[in-house]
Write a protein that binds this ligand. Structure first.
Ligand code: 5U1
Length: 323
């Protein structure tokens, strides 16, 4: 077909499909060179017909004009922190408190997730389009980092499929993988610039850049771990069903996440992730357990700043890496 608008649409769809395969399914469909070739073809087509450019085009990820400052964002649903458990007894006590409060005798299903050591971020999608990204800040007020979040390839600019919520707020962690961190510090060293102390600081520094071209040059990845606002879609009954929905919409969800039946299963998961820890591509500082059923999460609610229905089970501190 020689209709440039149809050509542009088909190139965009092709590139977005390949990105989904690469980032969400961890199963690339084509070599990077093929992706780049089609990307350049779209770029050329858009240069020839500028009014064909759409906000969700993969070519629109790198902003240009740096911001003077970050706007503030009020989180409609506060971004809370987590209580910690440092040993098995505290975990048994956590489970006991929950069963007593719910007044149930059955074994509780939890979702167990690696706790990524990065930066918590909120992504807001309206009618499937990414309209705003914000840092956690103090949990109530964060910074608007939308232009910077758009540069992260594993953040979809548009939700996948045509049956998407009217409004969806996704929460997750932005991390910098070890390999990217080492390369970045090598470049910083070369250029006589300051080195980053650890991947978490490097991710924070990269996300809070006023110039999104710098952010675009940094190896950042996003992993979704929960949903805050949801409109125009039937709320999933469990956290695990919610994570499946996020994957279907094109959000990357950590592949290590498991549903665990009771505390023994949580402790096995904890041991398993602890053994995997040094082979993972990114830093983690523990695992997070969440009651799977949302009706029970609602019954349990929150104490002051943290949910009663979730807890972080931290690892012993890693010997500090000497940079
Ligand atoms: C603060 C936080 C951090 N993390 N990290 C993971 N993996 N899940 C997760 N959930 C969080 O909060 C929810 C329990 C709301």
């Amino acid at each position: 077909n020689n209709d440039p608008s149809l050509q542009a649409q088909s190139l965009r769809d092709q590139l977005n499909d390949w990105s989904y395969r690469y980032y969400v399914q961890d199963d690339p469909a084509v070599p990077d060179a093929e992706y780049d070739r089609v990307f350049r073809a779209l770029k050329d087509l858009e240069a020839q017909y500028p009014d064909l450019v759409t906000a969700d085009s993969p070519t629109q990820r790198v902003g240009d004009v740096p911001l003077d400052a970050f706007e503030q964002v009020q989180h409609e649903v506060p971004m809370l922190s987590l209580d910690n458990a440092f040993d098995d007894e505290e975990l048994w006590a956590f489970d006991k408190r929950i069963r007593e409060r719910l007044d149930v005798s059955e074994i509780i299903d939890y979702v167990a997730e690696p706790k990524l050591d990065g930066l918590a971020v909120s992504l807001l999608y309206e009618n499937g389009e990414l309209v705003r990204a914000a840092t956690r800040g103090d949990g109530q007020t964060g910074e608007n980092i939308t232009v910077n979040a758009r540069t992260i390839r594993s953040v979809p600019l548009k939700l996948r499929g045509n049956d998407v919520p009217k409004r969806l707020e996704v929460r997750g962690e932005v991390v910098m993988p070890h390999a990217g961190f080492e390369e970045l510090n090598a470049r910083q060293q070369e250029a006589g610039l300051k080195l980053f102390a650890n991947p978490r600081n490097a991710a924070a520094g990269s996300l809070r850049q006023l110039d999104s071209r710098i952010t675009a040059s940094r190896p950042l990845e996003f992993y979704a771990y929960s949903m805050a606002q949801l409109e125009g879609w039937e709320h999933p009954p469990t956290h695990s069903a919610m994570l499946d929905a996020l994957r279907d919409w094109g959000l990357r969800v950590n592949p290590e996440i498991r549903v665990c039946h009771g505390v023994e299963a949580l402790l096995r998961f904890y041991q398993g992730i602890l053994e995997k820890r040094e082979h993972l591509d990114y830093d983690i500082d523990g695992v997070v357990y969440k009651v799977n059923r949302f009706d029970w999460q609602d019954d349990l609610g929150f104490v002051s700043r943290a949910p009663r229905w979730a807890i972080a089970h931290k690892f012993p501190a890693q010997e500090e890496l000497t940079v």
